[in-house]
Ligand binder design. Structure first.
Ligand SMILES: [Zn+2]
Length: 84
């Protein structure tokens, strides 16, 4: 899994922990090595934590569908601007 778009396509499943361990590892490996993805995931986590009034140490709660769709649109726009 090398492409940011692939990662994002599975990101909501990943964050909901619906993916098999091997797939999660691939996503984590990509994210760890990809600056735009690091930024994206960090801001995603931050906004979720803020929404729920949690500290960054708390585990992520399930992501509301509305927020997922908002993020998907934002990511698609970003991918398009990068010419993908
Ligand atoms: Zn990436």
């Amino acid at each position: 899994m090398q492409d940011c778009t692939d990662v994002f396509a599975r990101l909501s499943e990943y964050l909901d922990r619906e993916l098999p361990g091997a797939t999660c590892e691939e996503i984590e490996k990509h994210i760890a090595a990809c600056a735009p993805c690091v930024q994206f995931v960090e801001s995603l986590k931050k906004s979720i934590h803020l929404t729920h009034g949690l500290t960054p140490e708390d585990p992520l709660p399930p992501i509301p569908e509305e927020l997922k769709q908002k993020l998907r649109r934002a990511f698609d726009d970003g991918a398009r601007r990068r010419g993908k």
